[in-house]
Design a protein around this ligand. Structure first.
Ligand code: SF4
Length: 336
């Protein structure tokens, strides 16, 4: 039982429900911590993937619920199974034993108290790799403080600074102000620091912030707003990761309601404009993706291997528990 779940205001939605009593707010989750998948992921940014892969843990539920979410099966539709603290710690330790460079908690904003407890249990049982927090940034700094002493590197999205867009896509007009505050909070706690990968062959992030921005087709003005803020407020203290993987998710019924940019990926001209924008703003510490033109990489969390075998190696799945197998390769497609 977590005190914070009693009248839940963990995130800015402030639903006020009693999750300890089994009630659900907008994130769709009670006090039980539920996960959908854990495994080594080879598609994160190079200093996150390192040589051994990132030890990703996908949390079920979401407090933002983007209508075009590529992970909608777990963020909207609740695919997942409950785990207790020791099972969560077991998963972290199995990831480390499998060679993970880090433990990378994906979309845990609505479950911070339970995750903080589980991560603390994993540390006390010997987990030694860095812990990363991979989120939408729709988070209260007071809740993020529960992760102090555990998380040392942060992968927040900066989805948009346009309140009209955030209202239409997330039903969260306050997303821009909330995300800016959360990211500043993260950057104030995490200077950029690197270490050698576990096999010594690569450089990995041990502390710091990588701000991820997904460019949307037809919305490059919104990307400009986000990148200008980054250049002004964070350049030199954080890294930018510009993602161009937006793909219409036909299987997601909510995405079909978004006629503005649902039907196509970015085109070549938009991609070239984004590269020029990075140059214009002088953002040179960061990453950008190659243009992705198909939807084959979209995950299916109904399978023990939601990704291609080139992209990930399963360690745990919500249906079958711990698994073995998978063959690591090299390919890039970040988890969010
Ligand atoms: S964590 Fe969930 S229940 Fe709590 S305020 Fe946010 S959306 Fe509502």
């Amino acid at each position: 039982m977590e005190r914070e779940y009693e009248s839940c205001a963990i995130c800015p939605r402030a639903c006020g429900v009693n999750r300890n009593a089994g009630e659900r707010g907008l994130c769709g989750e009670t006090a039980e911590l539920r996960l959908s998948w854990a495994g080594l992921h080879y598609g994160e940014e190079p200093p996150i993937t390192g040589a051994g892969g990132s030890g990703t843990i996908f949390v079920t539920g979401c407090n933002l619920r983007c209508k075009f979410c590529q992970n909608f099966q777990i963020s909207h539709d609740g695919m997942g199974a409950a785990v207790d603290d020791d099972t969560f710690a077991d998963i972290c330790l199995r990831l480390e034993r499998a060679g993970a460079e880090n433990v990378n908690v994906v979309t845990g904003s609505h479950a911070i108290p339970a995750l903080a407890r589980g991560l603390d249990r994993a540390r006390s049982r010997g987990l030694s790799v860095p812990i990363l927090w991979n989120s939408s940034a729709y988070e209260n700094p007071e809740a993020l403080e529960l992760l102090d002493g555990l998380v040392t590197a942060w992968l927040p999205d900066l989805k948009t600074l346009n309140p009209e867009l955030s209202e239409s896509v997330f039903d969260a007009r306050d997303y821009p102000s909330v995300a800016k505050r959360a990211i500043r909070h993260m950057a104030s706690r995490a200077p950029l620091e690197y270490a050698r990968s576990r096999d010594g062959s690569a450089e990995v992030l041990s502390s710091g912030v990588i701000v991820r921005h997904l460019a949307l087709p037809g919305r490059l003005g919104d990307t400009r707003l986000a990148l200008e803020w980054f250049a002004e407020r964070l350049a030199g203290t954080a890294i930018l990761s510009l993602m161009t993987q937006y793909t219409p998710v036909e299987a997601n019924p909510r995405a079909r309601a978004l006629d503005e940019f649902q039907n196509r990926p970015l085109d070549e001209a938009e991609y070239d404009s984004l590269r020029a924008l990075l140059e214009e703003l002088g953002i040179d510490a960061g990453f950008y993706q190659e243009l992705v033109s198909d939807s084959e990489w979209l995950p299916d969390f109904g399978r023990a291997q939601p990704f291609s075998s080139a992209l990930a190696k399963p360690v745990w799945h919500w249906k079958g528990g711990f698994a073995a197998g998978g063959a690591p390769q090299d390919s890039r497609s970040p988890t969010r």
